[in-house]
Design a protein around this ligand. Sequence first.
Ligand code: S5P
Length: 277
Amino acid sequence: MAAYLNTYADRAKKQINPAARDLLEAVERKQSNLCVSVDVTSSKDFLSIIDAVGPYVSLIKTHIDIIEDFEPSLILRLQELSAKHDFLIFEDRKFADIGNTVALQYSSGVHKIATWSHITNAHPVPGPSIIKGLATVGLPLRRGLLLLAEMSTAGALARGAYTEDAVRMARDARDFVIGFIAQHRMEGVGLREGEKQDDAEDYLILTPGVGLDATGDGLGQQYRTPQEAVLSSGSDIIIVGRGIYGNPGNMNINEVQRQAERYREAGWNAYLQRLNR
Ligand code: S5P
């Protein structure tokens, strides 16, 4: 049986990377495979959404560079909310440069991502050196990396041979690469000639492009339901942004909370169905 068909709790015990283990343990504790993507530009909205959805998530995804009034104290507030509500933090930085540059982007600058973000992600486009560069910063801090093996957008170039190469790159860096941003599972993908699928391989699949009410956003985004992502495609964590907070311009925080609860339940029920199939 493929490792991902076990419970989150069992899978946590077998992870070698601490961030992957912590995430799976949080998922189990909170009975939530929901990650909310907080794509808003003011610190106030950012913190109020996170405080509202906190009880229903195991992971909060940030785009810290879109915050207009960013100050280092925002990170302290984020960390307080992470402790209050028991969730991990994933900065969706999508690194895509040479090893030396990404190591600097990860450790330095205004945001110092590696100091607070348990998980981050990278495009495999530069080749294995991007993992090596990020690992020099992330591994000593017990961080984990996701590779973007596929994207949710219409016409994405991350498919076929590109996706296969991404999975091979991950298999060569098991201590740091904990999984993929993807729309499907990656077991059996990218096996080299004569190589057999390792049944113990257990990458985390985090899936954006999830929505219960819309099918797209008019800018290329494509949505599937939590049921499709988790039950049909074997996703481990659903990533939901606007499906939960709508248009931040006219946000009702009670409604944001209600939607987070709704997505948590949909994601968790799909997982239970997968376990019992
Ligand atoms: O393929 C991808 C990869 C990512 S990380 N498609 C995505 O949409 N994302 C991110 O997920 C995107 O940057 C955004 O932060 C979030 C989806 O937001 P939503 O509002 O469409 O749910």
